[in-house]
Design a protein around this ligand. Structure first.
Ligand code: RTP
Length: 150
């Protein structure tokens, strides 16, 4: 059973948090650390072409340009997270923790996007959607991350 559990996921604190709500960053990190170990973390600003590359799968969608513009607009904090409970899938758990994509839906729930998200695009947080996506996204931001752990 444990072989189907993803131990790591890639999370991002998006620019809306760092631009508009940087005073909340410490409490957001504390909240995250109640449930996840932060294995790797850095703060960077993506170029437009890096944001395009990261969101390449969304190319052609109506919100793509807005998303790329938003994600390269200010600092982001990518993190490799691991669930403190090793029996729990980190990818699923983090996605539940951040909640639904759209702010209106997220606000109905107890989740990070509900508390800190502004809109459908400015929604505060990213989480990998699958095991393969997590591997690729971790590699994108942390090329030296030890893959043998994954
Ligand atoms: P993520 O990949 O960032 O964890 O988000 P997700 O799976 O919940 O959402 P997805 O559909 O993959 O969309 C990626 C990001 O695009 C922005 N978005 N804007 N209607 C809109 O304006 C819209 N829809 C999506 C969000 O920032 C979303 O997280």
């Amino acid at each position: 059973m444990s072989s189907s559990i993803s131990r790591y996921t890639l999370a991002i604190i998006k620019p809306d948090i760092l631009i508009r709500q940087s005073q909340c960053l410490d409490s957001i990190i504390q909240k995250i650390e109640t449930k996840f170990n932060i294995v790797n973390r850095k703060q960077i600003v993506l170029s437009i072409s890096e944001a395009e590359q990261f969101y390449n799968d969304h190319r052609g969608k109506f919100f793509y340009e807005r998303l790329v513009g938003f994600m390269s607009r200010g600092p982001i904090i990518p993190m490799v997270l691991s669930e403190k409970n090793s029996q729990v899938d980190s990818i699923k758990s983090w996605r539940e923790f951040i909640g639904p994509t759209h702010a209106e839906n997220a606000r109905k729930l107890d989740c990070l996007r509900g508390e800190y998200g502004f809109s459908d695009t400015w929604n505060g947080f990213h989480g990998s959607g699958s095991h393969d996506e997590a591997l690729n996204e971790i590699k994108f931001f942390f090329p030296d991350f030890d893959k043998t752990n994954q």
